[in-house]
Write a protein that binds this ligand. Sequence first.
Ligand SMILES: Nc1nc2c(ncn2[C@@H]2O[C@H](COP(=O)(O)OP(=O)(O)OP(=O)(O)O)[C@@H](O)[C@H]2O)c(=O)[nH]1
Length: 592
Amino acid sequence: MLEILDGLGVSYKSVSSTIEEDTVELIKQILEEEAAGGAAATTDAAPAQNQSAQPQSTQTAQTEAQSAAAPQSAATATAEREPEVAAPAAPETPHRAPVVTIMGHVDHGKTSLLDYIRKTKVAAKEAGGITQHVGAFEAKTSKGKIVFIDTPGHEAFTTIRARGANVADIAIIVIAADDSLMPQTREAIAHAQAAKVPMLIAINKVDLPQADPERVKTDLTQLNLVPEEYGGDLVVVPVSAKTGEGVEDLLEYISLTAELEDLRADPKGNFSGVIIESRVDRQAGVLATVMVQEGTLHVGDFLVVGENYGKIKAMTDSGGGRIKEAGPSTPVQVLGFSEAPASGETVLSAKNEHAAREVIAQRASDRRDAENARVQRKRTLEEMMGPLGETRTVNLILRADTQGSLEAIQGILAKKETEDVKLNVLLAGIGSPTEGDVLLASTAEATILCFNVTAAGGVKKIAENKDIELKSFRIIYELIDEVDRLIKGNLEPVFEERYLGRAEVRMVIKHPKSGNIAGSYVTDGMFRRNAKAKVTRGKQVVYEGTVVGLKRFKDDVREVQTGYECGINLDWNDVQEGDIIEASEMVEVEQA
Ligand SMILES: Nc1nc2c(ncn2[C@@H]2O[C@H](COP(=O)(O)OP(=O)(O)OP(=O)(O)O)[C@@H](O)[C@H]2O)c(=O)[nH]1
């Protein structure tokens, strides 16, 4: 017990010291997890494998033989369609092709490089046949297939990451040899690092007379990225998307990196995939590109994405050819969704329509529960302090008006690091924070701190929606105080439920659009829109929800005080005359 307390950093005098209620809960959790032991470890391992495990397509006879050698895991996987039960990648799980994304600064040649690879490595028939942008393509190289995500730039990468999916196995950072490191290069590197995706550097445009690859390499070392020839482990390949020089080497390095990563996926396992992109075609309907990560997709399968489902009516590969099935690491365009799913959403399959609907109903109910629980959630000690015995890392994105102020801030921050807390500046950029910063912050759980720059309204909104802390300061020391707060671990405010008021339902008003509205009289305190609501009938609580609408006569109002009548919309149709509605709200409590 004392060992656990030491691990948590809780101080005590002796075995008879008392400890806080929160700590007790935490210790209980730790002991339960320990007791669960091996079983938990196995279940944890499965999704992790799933995540890194993505796609290889046409399965060879060898694959068939390998899968046949593991009849038991294949049978289990087909019987149960949930991804959590996917068998961990055993050594016999077949290899799959790597999925590669290309990122870098504007005009450094991302599109040109992709075009060159497509032109030379996609079978002529297919290359000629491509009329539509599908979002990914398969290149056939002497070392096997490589799948390229066709949307260059880190926005696509981060949008997918922001939804918790990991589609790329390898990131190529393109840097123009005549321009070296630029702001978006640094951002792209930060994104790849935050996603823990292995990175290869392609120094492009080496055909230009003013090309200076050595300068690029030296500049990289300043970001603590040391090229192999300087004794580090960063692979740097000089290429020209114009002449094709070095592209073959780059592809070889990609295959080599993939080999080291030991990418595997079971084509006979439970299907899972990720939406790469989707669009609505006026004639065909919704076309979604799915990257198959695990299992095999068949025409006729039911797919569930978020709270929607669809039955695959038709499937085309990235070359535009009709196909009936697709295995791991295959991007396929699927026809059959009724609504366009968002990039980065994960896709699962269901046995039939009924099963698909059940999954969706469960997800909707989980979402509502999570929404209700969100504000009430208090952080556990472990969440605040990081996993036991490990150094806690505070991830930051810094934005400032000038290089000088950025350096000044970083200089102060460097002195703040301790053995227990590491400050990790993912990105230090000049200018206002961007949407990309918010996405990076959400994947890396970072806080965005700005000095003398502010975020545009749209960016602020996205940050709010994603629960990302984005703060602007005009005085450096206020920014540093904020960092101190983060170091202490008060990352999130703590909320407490506070009573607002009470109302009596005097009549039920049927509204054609909003359903039943409670025509009520506020007997105590006040009512506020968006407040939490609890409805009691006699002594029983019959409903708990939210005041989604509040009206005085025909007007929407924000608040209604004691002694007034109002219409309360709870988005609940069973309200009855005589019910008592109690309103409360979550308020932030000051922490010591
Ligand atoms: N000489 C030379 N020019 C290149 C090379 N690669 C790209 N370019 C040129 O550089 C310019 C930018 O290339 P793009 O491929 O559009 O660059 P990008 O990074 O995709 O740019 P954005 O899509 O705007 O972010 C174009 O004019 C290309 O023709 C190269 O290897 N050598």
